[in-house]
Write a protein that binds this ligand. Structure first.
Ligand SMILES: Cc1cc2nc3c(=O)[nH]c(=O)nc-3n(C[C@H](O)[C@H](O)[C@H](O)COP(=O)(O)OP(=O)(O)OC[C@H]3O[C@@H](n4cnc5c(N)ncnc54)[C@H](O)[C@@H]3O)c2cc1C
Ligand code: SF4
Length: 501
């Protein structure tokens, strides 16, 4: 009998079915299981549910007779229906829950993870060499560049520096509604998408499954071919301006020069190697400036790899961390993506982007959505769950470090050296959002006080004892003493309660 290999819904590219390494011999049959219980447990954005199901069904269709695609209530049920107690192999899944499941099934053999540049062993060896020091992203990034020979000139980083971030913090071009760059690649839909849409409607009608967000046309690749087209389009047309405007926001141009490749990477449609290699080739061919190539490479082989390993390194308890003891529940307007209820233009704009597409770039995630949650003291577990459900690229492994650690500082500084939050001045500098807002970024009291500015000072005041010992926060905390009206600002923040700002 042919061996059977199980492909999870985020293991859909050719690197998961390649026969190299002996994990899946040439005659292997492939098994894809759609579990409805996954969608029952969490109220996902409908665009995300659509994307994942569409990608799985497209992959099953591509693999043809050699693939078995089943829809079941649970993975266990799907497995029992298709292979019974027969042997099955699988590549290391990306979540602790899925790993626990496959480990609990005696018939399943687990092969090493694919879809990342660096292996678990490599990270563990690197972490051991840090000898108890903080596991810094920039150090792991440097290690990865060196070891895998990425953007190197001999044993030196290309351009002489590992990180060209100081060239990558430009505010948006003055007066522009959008970046002067070709629009991003968007795929078309086909009959598989129509079928997915019908199934989702039926689940909502008959199965008691409900979704958040709007169900527009599918905006992200569901096939390898579409993902390659998206990568090609990005490197050719948009990578040159990626670097400079990486952190900038424009109300009328949510994508700016970002790649929109996270969902393709996380579905396993693209391998990070090919993304990094394409960027490096474009730079070596003189088509792309180094700050853009390096900025993009750092996102993929720095941040993405680092976050993947931290997820496993920090352990299961990490998801329950709550160093700042934030316990407020998410208000309904936020949970339900009710952008129209929000008056603060930055938050309303970004919440609408999430509602309509299931995506925003990293600065709106960190400095608008996450920062507001942090300032309001919302429960970091609930915030993490919200991000996981509402973003097309959200998976347990990538959400935990990004939200618990980076965005909510709930790990008390294991991942980042300081909390990421700011007053309205940062948003004003890096966007055009404050222009049409009912609030004023510089005001911290009165009817037009910016909720981010008020929230920032209130956050510092509330956590002063913890933050003043942090050298990166000392100056900010001292600013409180010069404020004069800190009590009043804190009161204004408290009085806002959980009403939409
Ligand atoms: C609060 C918060 C939540 C986030 N949640 C997710 C998530 O659920 N899934 C996700 O893939 N990314 C997440 N990120 C990281 C980052 O915001 C997205 O990867 C990025 O915005 C996706 O858009 P893009 O593909 O255009 O990325 P680009 O800006 O073009 O970057 C290129 C690639 O780098 C990778 N990358 C960059 N930063 C990170 C990071 N911090 N963690 C992991 N990969 C990274 C992504 O694969 C991305 O496609 C989160 C960041 C924050 C601050
Ligand atoms: S003034 Fe404040 S609330 Fe309004 S857009 Fe600017 S930062 Fe956001």
């Amino acid at each position: 009998m042919s061996p059977v290999h199980w492909l999870f819904g985020d293991q859909l590219g050719p690197h998961f079915t390649a026969t190299d390494g002996g994990a899946t011999p040439p005659a292997t049959r492939w098994l894809l299981i759609e579990s409805r219980a996954v969608f029952r447990r969490r109220r996902f954005h409908r665009a995300k549910a659509h994307l994942v199901l569409s990608a799985m069904r497209h992959r099953a269709a591509e693999l043809g007779d050699r693939a078995r695609h089943v829809s079941a209530e649970t993975y266990r049920e799907g497995l029992a229906r298709t292979v019974g107690a027969g042997p099955v192999s699988v590549h290391h899944p990306t979540s602790r829950a899925a790993l626990a499941l496959v480990d609990s099934l005696p018939q399943v053999t687990v092969h090493p993870a694919r879809g990342f540049l660096t292996g678990h062993r490599e990270f563990a060896d690197w972490a051991a060499r840090q000898k108890g020091r903080r596991l810094l992203q920039e150090n792991f990034y440097e290690h990865t560049r060196r070891t895998h020979d990425i953007l190197m000139e001999g044993d030196r980083p290309a351009g002489g520096r590992w990180n060209l971030d100081h060239d990558n913090r430009e505010p948006p071009p003055r007066g522009a509604d959008a970046l002067d760059v070709e629009r991003p690649y968007r795929p078309g839909e086909d009959e598989i998408d129509e079928e997915v849409r019908r199934d989702l409607d039926r689940w909502e009608r008959e199965e008691g499954i409900s979704f958040a967000g709007r169900d527009g046309p599918r905006l992200f690749p569901a096939t390898r071919q579409e993902a390659l087209a998206a990568l090609d389009h990005f490197v050719t047309h948009r990578l040159p301006t990626f670097g400079a405007y990486e952190d900038a926001m424009l109300a009328g141009d949510p994508v700016m020069s970002h790649s929109l490749l996270s969902s393709s990477l996380n579905l396993g449609l693209l391998d990070p190697w090919e993304c990094v290699s394409r960027a490096e080739e474009a730079w070596r061919a003189g088509h792309v400036p180094l700050n853009s190539a390096e900025g993009f490479v750092r996102q993929v082989c720095g941040w993405r790899e680092y976050v993947w390993h931290l997820y496993w390194h920090f352990g299961e308890d990490y998801r329950h961390r709550n160093a700042l003891r934030h316990t407020a529940p998410l208000p309904d307007w936020f949970a339900e993506l009710d952008a129209d209820a929000v008056g603060a233009r930055c938050l309303s704009t970004v919440l609408a982007q999430v509602r309509d597409t299931g995506w925003t770039h990293h600065i709106p995630r960190l400095m608008v959505l996450g920062s507001h949650a942090l300032q309001r003291g919302w429960d970091p577990g609930a915030v993490t769950d919200w991000f996981h459900r509402c973003f097309v690229d959200g998976y347990d492994w990538v959400m935990l470090p990004n939200v618990v650690g980076m965005s909510q500082y709930a790990d008390g500084g294991l991942m980042t050296t300081k909390p990421y939050t700011s007053g309205g001045a940062y948003i004003h500098r890096m966007s055009d959002l404050c222009g049409g807002c009912r609030y004023r970024p510089g005001d911290r009291s009165g009817a037009r006080a910016c909720p981010y500015t008020v929230g920032y000072w209130a956050f510092l005041r509330r956590h002063r004892a913890r933050l003043e010992g942090n050298p990166r926060m000392t100056r900010a905390v001292r600013g409180l003493d010069r404020l004069g009206d800190a009590d009043q600002v804190a009161r204004q923040h408290r009085d806002a309660g959980d009403a939409p700002p």
